[in-house]
Structure formats: C-alpha cells, structure tokens
Design a protein around this ligand. Structure first.
Ligand SMILES: Cc1cc2nc3c(=O)[nH]c(=O)nc-3n(C[C@H](O)[C@H](O)[C@H](O)COP(=O)(O)OP(=O)(O)OC[C@H]3O[C@@H](n4cnc5c(N)ncnc54)[C@H](O)[C@@H]3O)c2cc1C
Length: 729
C-alpha cells in the first residue's frame, strides 16, 4: 500500500504501511488533513491529499503522528484484567501509586533529568553531570517541599547513582541507629540540610566480608581526650565507600577501638574528611576515587573512594556511643542499650535492597516483554506477518518466570517492610525474641532476590537478541548498575552461610522446647515433614496453594535436617561446616525460596479488588513456585518429596500457565507504571515504536558526528594505500 501527499513546494511525499492512518487522522485533527483527504472517506488503497503546507511541515506532522501510534495497542486490548487496579496492587496502595505516578512524571518531564546520552559521556563529564543532577534534585525537593518519601522517590526516578544515595541510605541511618541522643541532635540536622555530606566507610582493601578483620585503628589518647585514627598498613586503606572519593565531607568510619593497648573490636566514628570551605582533605588524610568500574555510565556516576588516615585526631564524642562508650578516663563501658539494636538497622537496609530488586527486575522484564511482542522472526506464510517472538514457547519459558519473580519479590519486599516495623516495635519494648530470625531472614532474602535479579536482567538482555546488547536497550547499564548488589551489604554467599548457621541452630534446638519462630515455624512440624510424600495425581493439583507449600516446606526441612545429620558426623563442627558449605548454601536457598513462595500465597489470601486482578496474580504465583520446582527438581526428587511423574506433571502445568499469561503479558508489565524516561530503553518504549527510534538513536552516537572518522588519515588511509611503512604510528 502507498500513500501520497502533494505539498505546496511541489514535493510528493510517499508513505507505505500506514495501517492506522485513518484513525490517527481522526484523532489528530491537524488542519493539514481536513481538506481533500480522500482516504478518510474511501476504501481505496492510496491516500492523496493536496495541501498548502511545505513538505517539511508534512514530514514533521507525520513523524508526530507516527509517535502517537501505539504499536502495542492490540496487545493491550487482549488483557483479561483491570490494569489500573493492578497498578495499585503493584504500588502497594492507591496513595503509593499516586505518589509514584506524580513524582515519576515530574522527573520524566524535566529536561534537566535527561539521561539518554549518558552512556557516551567520559568519566569526568559523567561525574559532573551526576553532581548537577543531584544538586538540581535537592533544589527541586526543597522548592516543592517534598516529604521524605517523595524525596526518596524523586531521587530514585532520577535513576543515576550518586553520593546522595550513601548520604541518605547509609550515613544518616548509621547515626540514627548508633548515635546517642546528643550525637543525633548535633549531626542529624546538619545532615538533613546537607550542610555536611556523609558516607559509610567500612570496607578496606584487605577486608570486606570479614568485618572483624578490619585493620584501621582508633586509639584513645587520654591526655587530649581524643581518638587517633590511623591506617597502619596498605591493606587497611578504606576502599569502596560510595561518595567518599570526591564529595563526602564526613564519614562514619569503622575502626578497631584501642584503649591502653587493649583491642575492643570494631566501632563506628564520625570523622570529618574535607574542609567545609575549600573541600580540600583535612591534614593527615589522603583520599581519592578508586577508578572506573564495570559498564558504560552505570555505577561510574559514583565516586567509590580510597581513604587513608595518618594519625588523624577526632574528639572522643565522635565515637558512635549508643551501644558502648568510652569515658573521659578511658573506661570502655556498655550502655544499657542492647547490642542487637545494630541488627535492627541492618534489617532496614536489607529490606530496602529486596524492594529495589523487584524494581530492577521488573524494569528488565518490562523491556524484554514489550520488545518480545514487537520483534518478529520466522513463521511467515504467503508473505504474511512473521511470528512475534513472545509466541515462542522457549521465549515464554525464559521470560514469564522472570515476570512472576518480579511480582513475587515485590510482595516479599512488602512483607519485609512490615517485618522491619514489627521488629522495631518489639525492640522498643525490649523484646529481642524475633530479632535473630528476622536478621537471618532478611540476609537470606537479600541474597536470593539480588542473585535472581542480576541473573534475570542478563537473561532479559539475551531475550532481546542482538539489540539487547546496545546501550540504547537500557539493559547493559541496568545490569552493570545492579550487579554489585550481589556483593555490597553482604556478599550473597557469605549471607547464605549465615542463614545456614541459623538453620542448623534451629534444627539442633528442635525438641528442646525452644519453638522455632517466624519463617522457621514450619520446622516445628519436622516429623510430619520428614514423612511427607506429595499426593499430586494430575497437573491441576499443582495449582493448589497447600500442595505447593507442603512440597516446599518438606524439601527445605529435609535439606536442613540432612545437613545437620552430616554435620554431626564431624568431631570438629567448624571443620564440618566448612566441608559441607556448598550443601548448607543449597539448604539456605531452599529455605529462602519457601519464604518467597509462602509470602506470595499469603498475599493472595488478602482481599484483592479489580476485575481479573487476583486471577492473574494466582497464575503468576503458580508460575513462580512451579518454575522453582522445575529448576530444582533434583532437590525435590532426591529428598523424596515428589516422584518423577509428579515432577513432569508440574512441568505440564507450567506450560498451561504460560499460555494463560501470554495474552496478559503486556498489561502485566504496564502495571509497573514505568515512564519511558525511567525505563531508559528504546526496546521497552511504551508505544513499541522500536525500529525508527533505534535507527534515529544510532545517528546520535558521537562516532557519527563526522562521516570520515578521526584517525582515518593517519592509520587507515596509509593501510589502504600500502603506505604503512612510511606512516608515523
Ligand atoms: C559497587 C560497590 C559499592 C560499595 N559501597 C560500599 C560502601 O559504601 N561502603 C563500604 O564500606 N563498602 C562498600 N562496598 C564494599 C562491599 O561492602 C564489599 O565488597 C562486600 O562486603 C564484599 O566484601 P569483599 O569485597 O571483601 O569480598 P570477599 O569477602 O573478599 O569475597 C570474595 C569471594 O570470597 C567468598 N567468600 C568470602 N568469605 C567467605 C566465607 N566465609 N565462606 C565462603 N566464601 C567466602 C565470597 O563469596 C566471594 O566469592 C561496595 C562494594 C561495591 C562493589
């Protein structure tokens, strides 16, 4: 089909494949199309209009029209549920939805937050661009008088890691959690107004996971009533803290407290690093950035830093003294505030990481799902359309479990937020009974969700074929920014080993009257779970929440019990723990997967309004659980929880579920309500107008600034002309 427009400058503009032109003409009501538009009234195969507009006007108008076409409308029309209601479920509440929606649009519509050229910037330019955005964001936060939650949202939608993340996310909470009332009164108002900027300096060149191995010292000098902060070795240099390299004026520095030659272990100290006037490092301090990190742009917007102290003195009252104190006389005393309070802060930080995992995974899934509906490969008959790649069963089997995981992580994150509030309330009432379990549970969920998200983003990149590898797909940068989440705030394996220790302790106490609590409560039924055999007889049986839950409980309990039995064979339990570490990690993963599955099921027991919304969530919940069962079939079979036939029935059911998700896939990712700005992906554009935009984007690359590249004359021409021997290389 061919469409022609004759313009006043006698140009004929020809267009093909304008299937939706007619509806668009009615919608746009551009004066250009009011007269002589025979296409609107006839069914003939060409569209001819004469107009006084110039060809340039027409091209622009048609480009605008093209932009207003929703290429995914036919997919959206297939949805069997109320997307607006799902948006509210995803956001947590109507209020949360409205807040997110408002702030994300505010950021998206402000050209100062543009980020489409970010991956082509050099490090210095990129860093300056980050500083400008951070300062502008802070200005807008103040101008608009945003509250804490709104300000947090604004910073996240700006979507560019910056020193402010550490200031608000680590420095402020460290003082809130570990500072005395007096210290909080002194430092927090300065931090809240950003009159000082802080970071969290724990990790050293030689030690990260093993915090007790830190070497920086803080030696008390009773003569001057000061601590002397010092780095005795190269490996004791602080290394990694975000915001430290170039920006922070202050840091919470973790160092070994030494009094009268006695080592009292690692404590936190507030240390000023740079002058508040000229930003130069204070005397005795060496400080800088640790260098480029993985990926283009990505986390290179952050100044992760190196820091060394050469006998730097700070007043005694800058040790964070909520839990333990050093008196004027140099006595080390514990306050009456319990040490476990520190774990409360950790629970808070980790629950935020779990919430962030669902956001990062859902962004990647949104991009891959939309693009999979746009992309067509093979399957054309008689010149018809090729198959959308989302219709390939292999694509569905890779993509839909990730979609389900994004929802699963969203709900477990929501539950963790509740858990943190519950723990806080209990701590205030001096009830520490649930703290170890909450601590193990958040450590495990941090590990599980960040690992699955990092792997999931990479899978989404592959799901987008070659174009997924382009920076303009948004996926390489998303991956590069996200992947260190597997390492910071606790290496994921080290965390799983902590969970395993907690599980072994729980198993060892079974029958002792110490009842397992919270997420380990199922262990109380260990005898029953050891006898369990699934009674699944047909594929649909796997849709029953209780059937799934019992299988997951039995698998987790049996893996823990097996580890405990194997451990008991070792005379030295620590040696046994090291030897069996890989099995222990598997047991911890099984336990954490059970938590996610059970929290998804619990969510479905709530009243969820909106046409078809609950049904969709039920499908996703079953996909999440059965996908895990399929992936870890070896665990379920070797522990004897299910038999091979039941395993293949689960796979059969999974295939059915994928078919049920297919018509709803686009609407399910629309429910995340991400703006195109936030997604930052041409492949994931809401309107699905992928190809023209990819084409346009290519020409914006700095390499295309000139037709003949810089360097041609010196290096390529001599090669072509066989003159390399004389060339100055
Ligand atoms: C982007 C980024 C930002 C960061 N920001 C900050 C910050 O703001 N402030 C800060 O203080 N730090 C920060 N860090 C540091 C981070 O917290 C540490 O890197 C992290 O704690 C891991 O410690 P590590 O690097 O020493 O790893 P290691 O512990 O050396 O890990 C190396 C390997 O050994 C394994 N391993 C270690 N111990 C064990 C064990 N007991 N059993 C089995 N395997 C083990 C690990 O699984 C891993 O595979 C940041 C790191 C990154 C990457």
């Amino acid at each position: 089909m061919k469409y022609e427009i004759f313009s006043s400058d006698s140009n004929v503009i020809t267009f093909s494949s304008f299937g939706t032109l007619k509806t668009q003409l009615n919608h746009i009501k551009h004066p250009l199309f009011y007269s002589n538009c025979c296409y609107c009234n006839t069914t003939q195969s060409s569209f001819i209009t004469e107009t006084k507009a110039t060809s340039c006007d027409i091209r622009k108008t048609l480009a605008r029209m093209e932009d207003s076409i929703d290429h995914l409308a036919f997919e959206r029309n297939k949805a069997q549920f109320d997307v607006d209601e799902m948006k509210i479920v995803w956001a947590g509440s109507r209020q949360d939805f409205e807040l997110s929606d408002r702030i994300s649009r505010l950021v998206a519509s402000d050209p100062a937050f543009r980020k489409d050229d970010r991956t082509t910037l050099g490090r210095k330019e990129l860093f300056k661009n980050t500083l400008r955005k951070a300062a502008y964001a802070w200005k807008r936060i103040n101008e608009l008088r945003l509250n804490e939650q709104e300000a947090y949202k604004l910073r996240s939608f700006v979507d560019q890691p910056a020193f402010t993340d550490l200031h608000w996310g680590m420095f402020v909470p460290a003082i809130q959690g570990q500072g005395t009332d007096e210290q909080q009164q002194k430092w927090l108002p300065l931090a809240y107004r950003m009159q000082i900027i802080g970071c969290y300096a724990q990790t050293e060149l030689g030690h990260g996971s093993n915090v007790q191995g830190l070497e920086t010292t803080a030696t008390f000098d009773p003569k001057t009533d000061e601590f002397v902060i010092h780095n005795p070795t190269l490996t004791s240099s602080k290394w990694w803290p975000g915001g430290l390299g170039k920006i922070s004026t202050h840091a919470v520095v973790y160092a070994r407290l030494i009094i009268g030659g006695e080592d009292h272990g690692v404590h936190g100290f507030i240390v000023q690093l740079r002058s508040l006037d000229d930003h130069l490092p204070l005397s005795g301090i060496t400080i800088g950035d640790i260098g480029m990190k993985f990926g283009n742009a990505a986390y290179n917007t952050m100044d992760n830093g190196v820091l060394r102290f050469d006998h730097v003195r700070i007043p005694r009252n800058q040790m964070l003294m909520r839990v333990s104190q050093v008196t004027r006389e140099g006595k080390y005393v514990h306050s009456n505030v319990p040490r476990q309070l520190v774990y409360g802060t950790m629970v808070n930080v980790r629950q935020k990481i779990v919430a962030d995992a669902s956001v990062a995974l859902s962004r990647a899934v949104c991009i891959a799902t939309r693009y999979s509906a746009v992309r067509r490969q093979f399957g054309s008959h008689n010149g018809g359309l090729e198959t959308q790649v989302i219709d390939y069963k292999t694509q569905q089997a890779r993509l839909f479990p990730l979609l389900a995981s994004a929802y699963a992580f969203r709900f477990v994150g929501e539950w963790l937020k509740w858990l943190y509030m519950d723990v806080t309330k209990r701590l205030q009432a001096n009830d520490f009974s649930t703290l170890p379990e909450a601590h193990a549970c958040t450590a495990g969920l941090k590990s599980l969700t960040t690992t699955a998200t990092a792997d999931g983003i990479e899978e989404c990149r592959k799901l987008c074929g070659g174009h997924g590898y382009l920076c303009s797909s948004g996926l390489p940068e998303l991956f590069a920014v996200y992947v260190p989440a597997c390492t910071y705030e606790g290496d994921n394996i080290v965390l799983l080993l902590q969970v395993a220790r907690y599980l072994m302790k729980t198993v060892s106490q079974l029958g002792s009257g110490n009842k397992p609590v919270g997420t380990t409560a199922y262990m109380a039924r260990v005898e029953q779970l050891m006898q369990y055999h699934s009674d699944v007889k047909k594929a649909e049986d796997w849709l029953k929440p209780n059937v799934v839950l019992e299988a997951f409980e039995a698998r987790a309990a049996r893996m823990s019990v097996a580890c405990a039995q194997n451990l008991s064979k070792f005379t030295n339990p620590e040696e046994g723990f090291q030897e069996l570490a890989a099995d222990l990690v598997d047991a911890a993963v099984a336990h954490c997967q059970l938590i996610v599955v059970s929290k998804f099921i619990e969510k479905l027991q709530q009243d969820i309004p909106g046409k078809g919304v609950k049904k969709q969530l039920e499908v996703l919940c079953s996909i999440y659980a059965l996908f895990l069962l399929h992936k870890h079939l070896g665990d379920f079979l070797s522990t004897g929880c299910i038999n091979p036939k039941q395993g293949s029935l689960a796979s059969e059911q999974l295939r059915n579920l994928y078919s049920q998700v297919r018509p709803n896939a686009i609407a399910l990712v629309d429910a995340f309500n991400y703006t195109d700005h936030y997604l930052g992906s041409i492949l994931g554009r809401y309107d699905g107008n992928v190809y023209p935009k990819l084409y346009e984007e290519a020409w914006k690359d700095p390499l295309n600034d000139s037709v003949v590249p810089d360097g041609f004359k010196e290096y390529i021409q001599p090669m072509l002309k066989q003159q390399l021997r004389n060339a100055r290389l």
